[in-house]
Design a protein around this ligand. Structure first.
Ligand code: 9MR
Ligand code: 9MR
Length: 873
């Protein structure tokens, strides 16, 4: 980093004041001349970018204090080299001249030996400086000529050997000389960029060629045997803003034949191989969902379920050295009680648990399930039923995705301030370690004290929203739990209204992330929407319609994430049946398709085909989650309209995530030829400790982030074009972390994609249906309803099954004119022998009595006949 004017002044003063300390003691080497503009070889020698890439051994943890790198060193070590602070990968050129210089202090005082050496035996020494360090920082220097080439030498400050414990601090460490360091060049493989997993037979098939050519190029699609099965000419697209590359695009959608091992050849390059198949995404759905079990806190991860490499002890159940989470106190001064906040998912690569981010992730798992009740292609939800995931709850009669969501819901409920305490009903913003821990670290080995942080309005509304979802979705499976969720949702919402502006501090980011947010109007909207959808309560309808978010622009170009959740409310109001007045509902739905149209426009403007603009502001921390969420909006527009262009947009988004991008990188572990596998994680620490696993298949990396907010990427990638601002290295937490909210977006999208099968042409409806509720019985314990279906096709239907789902705990008690069964909230009606045949234009009617304990009871928005959706009237 360029020194600030203030820092430059400080450097000049220091140089003048400490000239006497400048000594040249390189053994056996004549003093050399180093020109003033000689290149710097040390990375982050000013510590402006934090600790990375500096390491230490034999010392306390490294930290940056007042701009200097400091560590404590135990007294009484036998040798100088028994403790060290250093940097690897320092390049040396034989015969080149170098100047090594640095500021050092040691309190109370010690000898520090700076050595440039071979980092492994025989530790060949290229230069050394002995610095008598005292409590006052002084500058030392030496010059030397490198005796050999070494692309990866080590600079080490040997800090052991003093009798007393020391605090050693370094600053402005510099090694100037030799050749300018080579800029990092990622290996991006073949210049023809495809979805490395593959394409759906009836879906869009697009690729991008990186080329110097400006005129159209010939392309060939080859089968696994090498036979050319399709060919054509590419479309020049000029220089792509996001990548800075000159590119052309290929559209081979017309080739629909399933197969494995296809390649695309153009401009003398052969793409990574890919499949054309209608089952591509089936396992991605379960992989992406499986991530959550492996991230669980407070339960041993069972290797028999997910493979021995992922087996681990339960984390944070107060078994030493853990110091939480069964009775966690607040930060000093925040509260006078402790809470049992065991369970939940670890948020990301750290061991923190945050209500705000837990909220959106839980919402998306619940929404993945709820979609099975409202979307025609979800086909009644068999793929998301019980025993579809490898979780301990499989076989309990509850869909596994709900079991997984419940693991977090139970934690979120525990974060609510108990009755009788100040701010009762609010939710604590987060619970995490008092200080940051190093990597890797098995959760069960975390020795840090755990602390509850103050309640916040945002966290409280996240709890209200997902607890409300919980109330309606769990009602058919576990009435007691649903009731507990409903009670928590209402009390949290009331508490948030009573305390509408308690914000998490942006500065509260020691030992955990801040997740700060000072605009909670969107959280209010989302929570009111979910409560309305579950209860039908007029007060919630009043609140949500009064919110500026109800009619405002909630689907921005850059998508939505944990901080802006109005879109979650809007999506659910568009899809979940409710009593929203028809005109308002139509407007809500139109807002989703308008957003989807905008995302399609953006996608068509990007030569890599993603629904995200190409400027640096669109590549930010966790942008892959937002990109997936824009695909969720596209997918929802398809579910609402059955217009294939929206489905195609969602499918193309997957292309970007799975390899059709500037880096030729699949961002999903285990998927594609070249995939991210070193995401920042204390659990999946394989890159640092080979006995630990890589992230499991189906883990989504945060993705390219032009902000480069971690020192590793800041050093390595400075100046990168937005789409190149990513590195698959565990140190790069701002480009390459795992996180529950990114995987929940992937899981939702993957589930949608899996449901599209071959992505064949969408057939016109061949039935119409009416659902009539004849009203509640006196006492409100049940109601009577009737469904009429009409064959609007041209062929006779011989034998029919009609299906729809209730919103909450409604249960069919008895039925007539069809054989009616119910599983969860889903009702299946099969014809009787006397009404099995429906000639074109013919109708059949059946009716039922159902019980309910209350809550919203709207007419379903999806009724299918033999699996195909009917138009509703
Ligand atoms: O590991 C932490 C990661 O989960 C967070 O996203 C990130 C930002 O809050 O911080 C990481 O922790 C680093 C901390 O911020 C600074 N010291 C080094 C920590 C480990 O890389
Ligand atoms: O996803 C979060 C991103 O939007 C923020 O810009 C970033 C910095 O505040 O924090 C991200 O969240 C991290 C959290 O603070 C700590 N756990 C890891 C999360 C993912 O990196």
């Amino acid at each position: 980093m360029t020194p600030s004017p203030r820092r430059r002044r400080r450097l000049a003063l220091l140089a003048a004041a400490t000239a006497l300390a400048l000594t040249g003691t390189a053994p056996g080497v004549a003093h050399a001349e180093v020109p003033p503009d000689a290149p710097e070889q040390i990375k982050n020698g000013t510590f402006d970018a934090g600790v990375s890439p500096w390491f230490s051994y034999g010392t306390g943890p490294l930290g940056v204090t007042a701009g200097r790198l400091c560590a404590t060193v135990p007294g009484g070590l036998a040798n100088p080299w028994d403790a060290g602070i250093g940097q690897d990968a320092v390049p040396l050129k034989a015969g080149a001249e170098y100047e090594l210089s640095f500021d050092v202090s040691a309190t109370p005082g010690a000898n520090v030996r700076a050595v440039v050496q071979l980092g492994t035996a025989p530790y060949t020494q290229y230069a050394a400086v002995d610095a008598a360090a005292t409590g006052t920082s002084r500058r030392f220097a030496t010059t030397f000529t490198a005796s050999e080439d070494n692309p990866s030498a080590q600079l080490i400050f040997q800090v052991g050997g003093a009798a007393a414990e020391q605090t050693v601090c370094l600053d402005d460490v510099s090694l100037r000389g030799g050749e300018p360091p080579k800029p990092y060049e990622p290996d991006t493989g073949p210049r023809v960029r495809v979805n490395q997993v593959g394409y759906l037979p009836g879906g869009p098939k697009n690729a991008t060629i990186v080329t110097e050519a400006t005129a159209p190029l010939d392309w060939q699609l080859r089968s696994a045997s090498g036979a050319v099965v399709a060919s054509g000419r590419s479309t020049p697209r000029g220089v792509d803003a996001a990548s800075g590359q000159n590119v052309q695009t290929v559209d081979f959608s017309a080739h629909r034949t399933p197969g494995t091992g296809y390649t695309l050849v153009a401009d003398g390059e052969t793409s990574h191989p890919f499949d054309i198949s209608g089952t591509l995404y089936d396992r991605l759905r379960s992989d992406a969902l499986q991530f959550f079990y492996i991230q669980r806190s407070g339960i041993a991860i069972d290797g028999d379920l997910v493979g021995e490499e992922y087996a681990r002890r339960a984390g944070h159940l107060d078994v030493a050295p853990n110091r939480g989470d069964t009775s966690v106190p607040c930060q000093p001064g925040v509260c006078d009680y402790s809470l049992d906040v065991r369970g939940g998912w670890y948020d990301a690569g750290d061991h923190g648990k945050y209500v705000v981010n837990g909220g959106i992730a839980t919402y998306q798992l619940l929404s993945t399930f709820e979609r099975t009740k409202t979307a025609a292609t979800a086909d009644g939800g068999a793929a998301l039923g019980d025993s579809t995931l490898r979780v301990p709850e499989r076989g309990n009669g509850v869909p596994d995705v709900l079991d997984e969501a419940r693991w977090e819901l139970e934690f979120l409920l525990r974060m609510q301030v108990p009755a009788g305490k100040p701010l009762a009903g609010m939710a604590h913003h987060k619970i995490h370690d008092r200080n940051w821990t190093g990597l890797p670290l098995d959760p069960a080995d975390d020795p840090q004290p755990r602390e509850l942080h103050p309640p916040s309005t945002a966290a409280t509304l996240n709890l209200a929203a997902v607890a409300a979802q919980c109330a309606r979705l769990f009602a058919p499976y576990d009435a007691a739990f649903a009731t507990r969720c409903g009670t928590a949702a209402r009390s949290a919402y009331a508490a948030a209204k009573a305390h509408p502006a308690i914000y998490a501090s942006p500065a509260d980011s020691t030992g955990g992330g801040a997740y700060d947010d000072t605009d909670v109007s969107d959280e209010f909207y989302w929570a009111a929407a979910e409560l309305y959808l579950s209860t039908g309560g007029a007060a919630y309808l009043t609140d949500l319609t009064a919110s500026r978010h109800h009619t405002g622009a909630v689907f921005g170009d850059q998508g939505f994430a944990w901080q802006g959740v109005a879109a979650l409310g809007r999506l659910d109001l568009a899809t979940v049946p409710s009593g929203l007045p028809a005109a308002d509902r139509a407007r809500v739905r139109a807002s989703v398709t308008a957003a989807a149209d905008r995302y399609l426009e953006i996608l068509r403007g990007q030569a890599y085909g993603l629904p995200m603009p190409g400027d640096a502001n669109s590549y930010f921390w966790g942008a892959n989650g937002n990109i997936a969420n824009n695909a969720v909006v596209l997918a929802t527009a398809f579910d609402l309209t059955r217009d294939a262009k929206y489905r195609d947009g969602a499918v193309q988004t997957a292309d970007y995530l799975l390899g059709r991008n500037a880096l030729n990188m699949s961002y999903v572990t285990g998927w594609g030829e070249q995939h991210a596998r070193n995401q920042h994680s204390r659990i999946f620490g394989n890159q640092l400790d080979p006995t630990m696993p890589n992230p499991p298949a189906g883990s989504l990396a945060g993705g390219a982030n032009a902000g480069l907010q971690d020192p590793f990427s800041a050093n390595l990638l400075a100046g990168c074009k937005p789409m190149f601002c990513f590195v698959d290295d565990i140190n790069s937490y701002s480009t390459n972390e795992v996180a529950i909210n990114w995987n929940s977006a992937l899981a939702w999208l993957a589930s949608f994609l899996a449901d599209q099968d071959d992505a064949a042409a969408v057939p016109a409806p061949t039935c119409a249906a009416t659902y009539t509720n004849y009203g509640a019985w006196s006492g409100g314990t049940g109601f009577t309803a009737q469904v009429t279906i009409r064959n609007t096709g041209t062929a006779t239907v011989d034998g029919w099954t009609a299906r729809f789902a209730f919103t909450g705990d409604q249960r069919v008690r008895d039925a007539w004119l069809a054989k009616v069964t119910q599983s969860g909230a889903t009702v299946t009606a099969r014809n009787e022998s006397y009404n099995a045949r429906l000639a074109p234009g013919a109708t059949a009617t059946f009716g039922f009595n159902a019980t309910t304990s209350g809550g919203a009871n709207p007419a379903p928005t999806l009724i299918t006949l033999n699996g195909a959706p009917c138009t509703l009237s």
